[in-house]
Design a protein around this ligand. Structure first.
Ligand SMILES: Cc1cc2nc3c(=O)[nH]c(=O)nc-3n(C[C@H](O)[C@H](O)[C@H](O)COP(=O)(O)OP(=O)(O)OC[C@H]3O[C@@H](n4cnc5c(N)ncnc54)[C@H](O)[C@@H]3O)c2cc1C
Ligand SMILES: NC(=O)c1ccc[n+]([C@@H]2O[C@H](COP(=O)([O-])OP(=O)(O)OC[C@H]3O[C@@H](n4cnc5c(N)ncnc54)[C@H](OP(=O)(O)O)[C@@H]3O)[C@@H](O)[C@H]2O)c1
Length: 497
């Protein structure tokens, strides 16, 4: 079952890739903040290397060529496909127990495998999946195919020894021609006993990894066993022994929306309640219990109804660039959540259908914008009479425009400078204009405040210019543009000097 990727929310609203498939992921990835802590999405040992290879450091080396392809950060230290279908790892079941309370619908089990003695060791990180090859043969006498399962444990495993992996599996059952059919692999998994041997492949997946940033906000939407990756995240964030082990001192805001048919079907509920009680400032936990609670129209309460209910707060969080959204579970919930987001956006005067596609490649586009920014910045920095904003290493910014200042330039010179640039094809905006020009305006045109005498501000604004850096400019264009500005400044600098 393939994943396809679409993106959801927007610009200031962060970039939110959604993986649409059997389940979806909405992940507001917002560029990783610089941190000295080990990254959550790599093995601890790989932390240093991963930081060195973060997108921001890659940028510097890419700025000289327009031909380089920008790729999504590759998470080089996240293990993938250590074990392949032809040579699977043989894991040993250590425990297999029901996660449901009496009276629940169906069968959902928590199953743990011992991974010790693997050569190489089967390592994984939170948000990945593993493959299981059930014993036996299919109707054609061929070995069964792999089924994927989201990993429900952290990389340290439930025993914190780093040598186990746990799954949360619902037995698939459906009716066909009056007969109850049991899913092959899910039944195999729910039936296995401690000590049984199981063929395991993987790990796979880099789409649902946690961000590095300890301050990030994590919104999670899960239905049923879609809780598996969220359980791994929540353990990493809030399980005291796990926190001690991982040294990832999570202090952001997280919010779990969980959909289940009945209270008895809520998975890992008491763990999450404990985390919420222990970390009330950091975790919210909202349940949609479809067959017990009613939505405002009297129908079953689904998590999308909760999205509408908390639209304002969810959108406020989404507007924070540190917010990441994950969605996992029934594919059917995705259109519902999409619709709920549309309503939520509308209530804020935003158009979801416009926001959603804009986010598709936002993470990559930010890298591309910054690459363009750095080319122009580097060139303009070489001109003595130009001042540019100081960019600190820790700062994350979107270089979709660049501002620079030419101190002491007179208004007449500024206008002539803009004209010269324009003749050579470079459109600059100027903050010294009394009247608004595009997106630049200064206080003299503001009707909602009384006239003010702001000499210092006027002096700064009169030398301040702005250049948009749309992605339709390639890197060579940026080089040319910077050269044109340099040429125009050089003509001007004689007068300034
Ligand atoms: C990335 C990923 C992660 C996953 N993680 C989890 C997880 O954490 N936990 C979990 O429980 N599951 C998870 N799944 C689902 C899991 O991979 C299996 O698909 C599921 O367990 C069913 O497999 P099975 O072998 O039991 O069913 P199968 O024997 O393969 O039967 C499934 C097939 O039965 C047929 N079928 C199903 N329902 C009906 C119906 N109502 N009427 C007629 N035919 C029907 C369809 O042809 C379907 O393809 C995940 C899937 C993916 C892709
Ligand atoms: N990584 C992955 O891809 C991954 C990981 C784990 C699980 N999964 C998949 O996720 C699914 C989980 O199902 P489950 O059987 O475990 O869940 P479940 O326990 O049956 O719970 C699903 C909940 O979602 C509700 N629901 C049904 N239709 C919905 C819709 N259109 N929108 C929102 N909510 C809806 C159900 O309500 P009602 O039944 O009351 O209508 C129920 O409350 C499985 O298909 C599993 O294969 C995928």
């Amino acid at each position: 079952m393939a994943y396809s990727e679409a993106n959801v929310i927007a610009g200031g609203l962060a970039h939110i890739p959604i993986v649409v498939g059997v389940f979806g992921l909405i992940q507001a990835l917002i560029l990783k903040g610089t941190t000295n802590k080990p990254p959550a999405n790599g093995t601890e040992q790989g932390a240093k290397k991963e930081q060195q290879e973060s997108p921001s450091t890659q940028l510097g080396s890419q700025s000289s060529s327009s031909q380089k392809t920008i790729k999504k950060p590759a998470h080089p230290n996240v293990p993938v496909n250590t074990y392949k279908p032809k040579t699977p790892f043989i894991g040993t079941v250590t425990e297999n127990y029901s996660l449901l309370k009496q009276g629940a619908i169906g069968r959902v089990n928590h199953i743990t495998f011992d991974l010790s003695d693997g050569n190489p060791l089967l390592k994984y990180v939170e948000g990945q999946s593993i493959g299981i090859i059930p014993s036996g043969e299919d109707a054609k006498g061929k070995p069964h195919k792999i089924r994927l399962y989201s990993i429900a444990s952290t990389r340290h495993g439930d025993n914190l020894k780093g040598n186990t992996v746990s799954l949360c599996v619902r037995q698939l059952q459906y009716e066909k021609d009056g007969e109850t059919i049991n899913g092959v692999c899910s039944t195999f998994l729910c039936d296995i006993k401690a000590g049984d041997k199981v063929k395991i492949t993987g790990p796979v997946g880099k789409e649902m990894l946690l961000p590095d940033d300890e301050d990030s906000n994590i919104i999670m939407f899960a239905t049923g066993t879609g809780i598996a990756p969220m359980r791994a995240y929540l353990r990493r964030m809030f399980e005291p022994t796990e926190r001690e082990k991982n040294q990832w001192n999570y202090k952001g805001k997280s919010w779990l929306f969980m959909g289940a048919p009945k209270t008895e079907n809520l998975l890992y509920d008491s763990d999450f309640e404990t985390y919420k009680a222990k970390f009330p400032e950091n975790l919210r936990y909202t349940k949609a219990i479809s067959r017990e609670q009613k939505n405002p129209t009297g129908g079953r309460m689904y998590i999308q109804d909760r999205v509408v209910e908390y639209a304002d707060e969810i959108f406020s969080l989404i507007e924070n660039p540190k917010t990441h959204i994950y969605l996992c579970g029934l594919k059917g919930m995705e259109p519902g959540i999409d619709e709920a987001m549309r309503q939520a956006a509308q209530s804020k005067g935003l158009d979801w259908s416009e926001l959603r596609p804009q986010l598709k490649n936002l993470e990559i586009n930010i890298i591309r914008w910054n690459e363009r920014y750095q080319i122009v910045e580097k060139k303009l920095n070489e001109i003595c009479c130009i001042e540019l904003p100081l960019r600190f290493k820790e700062e994350r910014f979107v270089g979709s425009s660049i501002q620079f200042r030419i101190p002491n330039i007179s208004n007449a010179e500024a206008k002539s400078f803009i004209n010269k640039n324009k003749q050579l094809g470079v459109e600059l905006k100027w903050f010294g204009n009394d009247n608004p020009n595009g997106f630049t305006s200064n206080h003299k045109s503001w009707k909602y405040v009384k006239d003010q005498n702001l000499e210092k501000s006027d002096e700064i604004l009169s030398g301040l210019f702005d250049l948009r850096l749309p992605l339709s400019f390639d890197l060579d264009d940026c080089e040319t543009i910077a050269n044109i500005i340099t040429e125009c400044v050089e003509q001007l600098s004689l007068k300034i000097d």
